[in-house]
Design a protein around this ligand. Structure first.
Ligand code: QUE
Length: 349
């Protein structure tokens, strides 16, 4: 059992509560193993009707993977620890996606990277007015992973069709979504008031998640207008392009909305050029495959990027020194050759 993941049984529920406040609940290998182990115990336990994952610290749902520890191990020459962490994490993500009972994640605070991996693969993704989520990996020389490069491209947007361009926009810019935008993007399925959480959990443990949602879930319209929706046409025109060079060219097209161009330019400024180029290749490879194949692609591309100095430099700039002044090499995406990423993905099958 882990002191940073509490796995308990409460009524009908197998409850998982993340409790590592000093690191905003960022996941390490022990925590990932604790989640996977609980799912293994509960999968065929007839006393468990459903799994509910939440945080002991409402401001932080889960900030991601413990990439600071991965960087430190790698700087000491240990790449195996990082390789193991991501392999174990991605297997846990797949286990959530394949879990045969309702799996409800309660996002009542900030969720990034790995925090979306423990939530978005579940059948029920509940957000409150305090939810905020992003895939910010471009800034640390990494790529969107934990299966998000796959599921985000296949999720209906605004209740309509899936939109890979919206998925790529979110993955490349690290745009921070609020509750309304999470519901619009299809990343969240239900909207709940933060103050209703204790009563919601009591009801879910006693009567099941669907009965509790029927009683407490609010009209998604109460979350407000999704601000991102106003840029849908520009997002589709720019981020639907084939490779990163084509995206840059489309962003500079004369008919582009100037406000959109300025905002995307601002969001892309902290991105590692190697990550931008590799991420587009990853999204392309993950459009028409199953989740486990997609996770394998993320492992391959992530493994390559973690072995590039931009990863240690990006983690240093964002999480260690926090100067947000990374020195990435090369400095411009136009100087990054996509061929090695394409070849690695083709070899992975
Ligand atoms: C990209 C990331 C992560 C990130 C920031 C990024 C990530 C992660 C954290 C994080 C934040 C606060 C903490 C902590 C970790 O930030 O994966 O321990 O206290 O875990 O731009 O991928």
């Amino acid at each position: 059992m882990s002191d940073t993941v509490h796995a308990t049984v409460s009524g009908l529920s197998g409850r998982l509560t993340l409790d590592r406040p000093k690191a905003l609940n960022s996941l390490d290998t022990a925590m990932v193993r604790a989640i996977a182990g609980a799912l293994d115990r509960w999968r065929e336990d007839d006393a468990i009707a459903q799994v509910i994952l939440d945080s002991a610290h409402p401001k932080a749902f889960c900030a991601g993977g413990d990439v600071r520890a991965v960087r430190e191990a790698q700087l000491a020459g240990d790449f195996a620890s990082g390789d193991e962490f991501f392999a174990v994490e991605y297997r846990m993500n797949a286990a959530i996606a394949e879990f045969p009972k309702p799996y409800l994640a309660l996002i009542d605070g900030i969720a990034m990277g790995g925090g979306l991996g423990v939530s978005l693969h579940g059948s029920h993704r509940v957000v409150t007015e305090r939810a905020s989520a992003a895939m910010p990996e471009m800034a640390i020389g990494f790529v969107p992973d934990v299966g998000v490069s796959h599921l985000s491209q296949r999720t209906p947007v605004a209740g309509g069709a899936a939109d890979p361009a919206v998925a790529r926009f979110l993955g490349l810019t690290g745009y921070r979504l609020d509750a309304a935008e999470l519901l619009w993007a299809g990343w969240a399925t239900h909207y709940l008031g933060s103050a209703d959480i204790p009563a919601f959990l009591d009801r879910a443990d006693a009567e099941g998640v669907d009965a509790a949602l029927a009683e407490f879930a609010r009209d998604p319209a109460e979350a407000g207008e999704p601000a991102l929706a106003r840029w849908r046409a520009d997002i589709d025109a720019v981020f639907g392009a084939g490779d990163y060079a084509a995206i840059e060219a489309a962003l500079d097209a004369p008919d582009r909305d100037p406000g959109f161009r300025a905002e995307v330019g601002r969001l892309l400024r902290p991105a590692a050029p190697t990550s931008l180029v590799a991420a587009v290749e990853l999204y392309r490879a993950n459009l028409d495959v199953d989740l486990r194949t997609a996770l394998g692609h993320e492992l391959v591309i992530g493994g390559l990027l973690r072995r590039h100095p931009n990863f240690a430099e990006g983690v240093r700039a964002v999480l260690v020194d926090k100067d947000r002044a990374p020195r990435f090499d090369p400095e411009r995406a136009a100087s990054v050759d996509p061929a090695p990423y394409r070849e690695a993905l083709a070899a992975a099958g």
